[in-house]
Design a binder for this molecule. Structure first.
Ligand code: N2P
Length: 377
């Protein structure tokens, strides 16, 4: 039975007001890369050797994470508690992260790829195993995150946050909004629509619309999806994976393909903004902390992972960015408004309509080539 035949569920989110000041922080972190401390790490000042037997804290840690994805005090508190200087840089798609890692030694100790990208990176031998003896707080995870299909037993990855990819929309400007991906092709809203930059996420939208499997390796179906995206392209303001938060908040964008928590961050600034999980289905994802093969400060990376898994630390991140936490022990510290929000923690019947992107091995080239054509046209 196809997804279209399922009973369909819609989720609209309003409200969730929050002081403006938090956005100032997120904006800085998102656009420039938040360099909090520490100079010269690219020159290779790692002093803990990086071997798997390390038990020494380094005085430096280099993190590469998604933009708009951390609480204001997560890094400063770690620096203070452990006497470590953290360099914190941002990216806004798995494709950018992968390209960076493939370009050679990056100096990063922690990266945060999504589920399917963990698999891809493992296959490309870009990651190293985590020594869980150094991460006793791993026990705080919900059981399902100890046994995720992309990495059962957390050998290479420890979940950071999880969420969905849906539509952020302006309720005033789009009065006829329906929770359907079709809205993203509505000519009435030409110039006010944005799509993410991540290849597989973008193709998933067209594949959902077509009623195909978002993990198809059928070249004809991928080609059909590309044609559909080509048809959409003239209607787009642009492809963006980070500026849409501000654009939704300032009414410059009315329909944005976006990540759940990012849209909620716009909702906090503009109560006309809502979030919907389209009826055709949507992508669910889990982003996880991983250690690159050539990380200079492995032990300190594991100490950071253990720190993030502390209940209060994990809860503070979710309370700030409005993504769901994989940390069960954090639950009691997470705002009830977030915990009870069905768009952040989708109920089972909604989850049944959500799908993970999967690593497709060599067939990934079909998507990469089609996307290159789309962007070049
Ligand atoms: C944070 C977006 C993270 C979600 N801005 C993407 N998996």
């Amino acid at each position: 039975m196809g997804k279209r035949e399922d009973e369909l569920r819609v989720l609209f989110i309003k409200g969730m007001n929050e002081p403006m000041s938090r956005r100032g922080f997120l904006r800085r972190a998102g656009t420039t890369g938040l360099v909090l401390a520490g100079a010269g790490w690219l020159a290779g000042c790692g002093d803990d050797g990086g071997g798997s037997g390390d038990t020494e804290m380094s005085d430096q840690l280099n993190i590469y994470n998604w933009s708009d994805y951390i609480a204001e005090d997560t890094i400063p508190n770690f620096e203070e508690e452990f006497g470590v200087s953290v360099t914190y840089d941002n990216y806004s798609s798995n494709d950018t992260l992968l390209a960076k890692l493939q370009s050679g030694a990056t100096g990063y100790d922690i990266i945060v790829p999504s589920d399917y990208m963990v698999t891809t990176m493992r296959q490309l031998d870009l990651l190293q195993p985590i020594n869980l003896d150094n991460v006793p707080n791993i026990e705080n995870l919900y059981p399902r995150f100890r046994e995720a299909p992309f990495d059962p037993g957390n050998e290479y990855s420890i979940p950071w946050q999880w969420g969905t990819t849906g539509i952020g929309y302006n309720m005033e400007q789009v009065p006829d909004f329906r929770p359907s991906w079709e809205m993203m092709w509505d000519e009435k809203y030409s110039g006010k629509i944005t799509m993410l930059t991540e290849i597989r996420d973008v193709f998933a939208v067209a594949l959902f619309r077509l009623g195909y499997d978002i993990n198809t390796t059928d070249a004809a179906q991928i080609n059909e999806a590309k044609d559909m995206l080509l048809e959409q392209k003239p209607l787009l303001k642009h492809y963006t994976s980070d500026t849409y938060i501000d654009e939704l908040a300032s009414n410059d964008t009315w329909l944005a393909h976006g990540y759940s928590g990012d849209v909620f961050q716009a909702v906090a600034e503009n109560e006309s903004v809502g979030y919907a999980i389209p009826e055709e289905g949507a992508v669910i994802w889990v982003d996880s902390m991983c250690i690159p093969k050539d990380a200079p400060h492995k032990y300190t990376a594991e100490a950071f992972m253990n720190y993030v898994l502390q209940p209060e630390v994990g809860a503070a991140i979710s309370n700030y960015v409005w993504y769901a936490s994989p940390n069960q022990a954090a639950e009691e510290f997470i705002d009830p408004e977030i915990l009870q929000d069905p768009a952040i923690y989708p109920p089972e019947e909604v989850e049944a309509r959500l799908q993970f992107i999967e690593d497709l091995g060599d067939a990934t080239t079909l998507y990469n080539d089609a996307f290159a054509e789309l962007r070049a046209t």
